[in-house]
Design a binder for this molecule. Structure first.
Ligand code: PLP
Length: 441
């Protein structure tokens, strides 16, 4: 049974309330300290554009659990599909006795991802696991070992993906040694790279790759078409295409990490489409299954089929409940017109943020696409990052019942990732609260 929640912000106690504080005390005694939380609030239910906490407060969700519940929390089709599947069977392991829904998800990925070439997919549990497998596939295909990732990149927290992730604190510090054969290239970051255009920024990156790695040694270039944790950095037009073309010319596998930007989030099914780029391999997770753990690598059949039989897999990869959720999520995106909805959300958010920037010269940059929009916060009249104010704004919004996340290499980016199921009214109310938080901080 789906919990129907009133779609309105409602504060009954202070944030956090007494029951959340009690649970937070239990967390401190039972959960490893390394697992932090953005807000000290425990959840009881969530749907549409709201999250209800254990004290009965109803919060506006501008985070979607980090771009996961794009179709909304406990979206009705997902709830039905998961309920039906969980009653039929919960697990067999696809590598032991397979089931149809796994194949159907791979068919859907072939249909939805950019390019009309012959494609294959493999399913996993997390974004990091899928990134690791994309690298395995690229290495098996090219018989080369080097991997290039970019400044500000985030690809996960496993050993290989930590090596690929750029930022030390909190993701890597103290956790080395890291996987070898991972190299870093400069990203196109229009706000901070002196206005380099896309092709020039690509030339700068390709020169580093050519001189420091060499195409003959390079299996794959891995890039987020819009960077997530690194600060919602949208590369200058032409950057991605120039890198992808160079990869094609040099037999290097071009891997798009669309874990955060995929599945309608940026007002296209995948963010690569904005730049007309067709990746060789595309990595998806987060928004793919309405909150169930699922990830995928999808790509050119001849690359995907390079690893030997038994070389890819995992006990839970493509779990039947997660696959049922993914099929229901995809149906929801398509039937409910959520790509158009993401575009409408973009207009609302951009209009409000630009109005805010007109009176606040500490907003250095507003960027992003669809329902993936961020504000970079700086000191007045400079481009010096202001992580303290960024944190203060986020905490003020939290206390007022709005879930908002920060990100960025310099910790000075507020990011908005509302579920596409949020109403205009609720979105505006969330942005009102954010505007008040900017004024107060
Ligand atoms: C979140 C994220 C990952 C890692 O996904 P997990 O499911 O947390 O392992 C990888 N790449 C990008 C771009 C992400 O945003």
């Amino acid at each position: 049974m789906t919990v129907i929640l009133e779609q309105a912000r409602r504060l009954i106690t202070e944030i956090p309330g007494p029951r959340s504080r009690e649970l937070m005390a239990r967390k401190h005694s039972a959960v490893a300290a390394g697992v932090g939380t953005t807000m000290p609030v425990f959840v009881e239910a969530a749907s549409g554009g709201v999250v209800r906490d254990v004290d009965g407060n109803i919060l506006i969700d501008l985070g979607s659990g980090i771009a996961v519940t794009t179709v909304g929390n406990s979206a009705p089709r997902v709830v039905d599909a998961v309920s039906e599947q969980v009653a039929a069977f919960t697990h067999t392991c696809f590598m032991v006795t397979p089931y149809e829904s796994y194949v159907a998800v791979c068919e859907a990925l072939a249909r939805l991802t950019p390019g009309d070439h012959d494609k294959r997919s493999a399913l996993f549990n997390s974004g990091a696991e899928a990134v690791e497998n994309a690298v395995k596939i690229a290495r098996a295909h090219t018989r080369r070992s080097a991997v290039v990732a970019f400044d500000h990149a985030y690809h996960g927290r496993t050993n290989l993906t930590m090596a690929m992730t750029a930022k030390s604190m909190p993701y890597k510090s103290g956790f080395g040694p890291f996987a070898s054969e991972v190299y870093r290239a400069p990203m196109s970051y229009p706000y901070r790279d002196g206005g380099l255009d896309g092709p020039a920024a690509a030339q700068r990156a390709l020169s580093v790759i050519d001189k420091q790695v060499g195409a003959a040694n390079l299996a794959a270039v891995v890039i987020e078409p819009i960077q997530g944790e690194g600060g919602f950095i949208v590369p200058a037009p032409g950057f991605l295409a120039a890198i992808a073309d160079w990869c094609t010319d040099n037999g290097v596998v071009f891997i798009a990490d669309e874990v955060q930007s995929g599945f309608a989030r940026t007002a296209t099914m995948f963010a690569c489409e904005h730049e007309g780029v067709v990746p060789d391999l595309i990595v998806t997770a987060k928004g793919i299954a309405g909150g169930l753990p699922l990830s995928a690598v999808t790509g050119r059949a001849e690359m995907m089929d390079a690893p030997h039989v038994g070389g890819l897999g995992g006990t839970y990869g493509g779990n039947p409940i997660a696959c049922a959720a993914a099929l229901a999520t995809i149906e929801t995106i398509e039937s409910d017109g959520l790509i158009d909805r993401a575009r409408a959300i973009e207009s609302v958010i951009l209009a409000r943020l630009h109005a805010l920037a007109a009176t606040d010269d500490r907003i250095g940059d507003i960027r992003g696409r669809g329902a993936m929009i961020a504000v970079e916060i700086v000191h007045s009249g400079t481009d010096t990052p202001d992580p303290e104010r960024t944190k203060a704004i986020a905490m003020t919004a939290h206390a007022a019942g709005v879930i908002v996340l920060t990100c960025g290499t310099y910790g000075n980016v507020l990011r908005l990732l509302p579920p596409l199921s949020i109403s205009d009214e609720l979105l505006h109310e969330g942005l009102d609260v954010l505007a008040e938080a900017f004024a107060a901080s």
